[in-house]
Design a binder for this molecule. Structure first.
Ligand code: SF4
Length: 293
């Protein structure tokens, strides 16, 4: 495992050379509020940043503060979420906005532990807001960082969830200054995304190979992590129903929903899940619509 000094020396020049630190992303521009950063991180949790960027820009123009989002009709929030997938995140973001507006007077907390108590905010998102907006010195650990740090320490991979040990191991690799520490965190993410990938680490071109406990070793065969299929899945059916309701001018009768998917059993299951998740409601005549709250 390298010292924090050696890691910075090797990693940061490589990172600068990559020239893709995401600095052109709209939420990285000067003047972005803590709320804007939080929204960008929630949207990016399970959606590629290229798809997030235009939605984020529309969203922040329409609801620039937590109070604006808190007061918005939930149906509008789900329409603006558009096709980013996993729309329960939009509901949790609105719950989060209500808490920030009411309990924190509209100011996003800066303490990672307090951020983690907000709906939809996990360890990574809390740390990202604290570090990238508030300038805290704190480990920002996503899947890529976890894997790189585990390999620097000699393991083939990290576990599936971030543990206290992962946070401590990453923290030990950060330089003392908060700004440099944030840069190292982003560089570690980039190294994991581009070089130290899950199945094929390219140790031959890795800037930290000389300090790495796993350099040059084979990844042991494990259960192959197939790309998650979407077509034909329950998630696909749910997505089609949500699209129909987002695009509709008013409540939709069951016959129109039946037309979006041929398998009625899958459709029934998807509709009852959407209702129990709070993503779909029914009006007094039993027609379907986005939630009216
Ligand atoms: Fe990953 Fe190989 Fe670099 Fe180690 S040397 S961090 S295993 S790419």
């Amino acid at each position: 495992m390298p010292t924090s000094e050696v890691l910075s020396e090797r990693l940061l020049p490589w990172f600068e050379d990559q020239g893709r630190g995401g600095d052109d992303l709209p939420w990285r521009q000067e003047g972005t509020t803590a709320w804007g950063v939080l929204v960008s991180e929630v949207m990016s949790q399970q959606t590629q940043v290229a798809r997030v960027a235009p939605v984020w820009e529309r969203w922040m123009r329409r609801w620039p503060t937590p109070a604006d989002l808190a007061a918005a009709p939930t149906a509008d929030v789900l329409r603006e979420w558009d096709r980013m997938g996993y729309p329960r995140r939009a509901l949790r973001l609105q719950e989060c906005a209500r808490i920030v507006a009411e309990k924190y007077d509209g100011s996003v907390p800066s303490d990672p532990a307090e951020l983690e108590r907000l709906p939809g905010i996990g360890v990574y998102t809390a740390a990202a807001v604290a570090v990238f907006h508030y300038g805290a010195r704190h480990p920002v650990v996503d899947t890529n960082v976890r894997r790189v740090v585990a390999r620097l320490g000699g393991a083939a991979d990290a576990g599936t969830a971030t543990t206290k040990a992962d946070l401590a191991a990453t923290e030990a690799l950060l330089p003392d200054g908060a700004e440099a520490a944030a840069r190292v965190s982003v560089a570690l993410m980039e190294l994991g995304a581009l070089v130290c990938t899950a199945r094929k680490p390219e140790c031959g071109v890795c800037p930290v190979a000389a300090e790495c406990g796993f350099a040059g070793q084979e990844i042991p065969p494990g259960p192959s992590r197939k790309r998650q299929r979407y077509t034909g899945t329950n998630r696909h059916v749910r997505g089609e129903v949500m699209k129909l309701l987002r695009d509709a001018d008013g409540p939709v009768p069951r016959e129109r929903i039946d037309a979006v998917w041929p398998d009625s059993r899958m459709l029934d299951e998807a509709i009852s899940q959407l209702i129990s998740d709070g993503l779909v409601g029914t009006d007094e005549s039993g027609q379907f619509e986005l939630p009216s709250a």
